[in-house]
Unconditional design. Structure first.
Length: 88
């Protein structure tokens, strides 16, 4: 069994209203940051898991997102990093 560290990025789908992102964009403008056209909020999750290989790890992570970590009706997810790690 191999051990992995993964980073998952979850963001709202295009077209879904993002009041937190809109508030952040307004606040940045108020602080004098010009040129910020929009801000979209999201979340990052770091997961450590064991799997037989990279493909199985990615499939397990996708299933975790689809079943619990992301609301796939309004959110997209991306497995941004998958790194095999050595156990001490």
């Amino acid at each position: 069994m191999r051990h992995y560290s993964a980073r998952i990025i979850i963001t709202l789908k295009n077209g879904v209203l993002d009041p937190q992102g809109k508030a952040s964009a307004g606040a940045l403008s108020g602080l004098g940051f010009e040129g910020v056209n929009s801000v979209r909020q999201g979340k990052v999750m770091d997961v450590e898991l064991s799997a037989s290989d990279d493909a199985t790890a990615r499939a397990d992570l996708a299933a975790m997102c689809e079943k619990l970590l992301a609301n796939t009706v309004i959110e997209d997810f991306e497995i941004a990093a998958l790194t095999e790690r050595q156990m001490a």
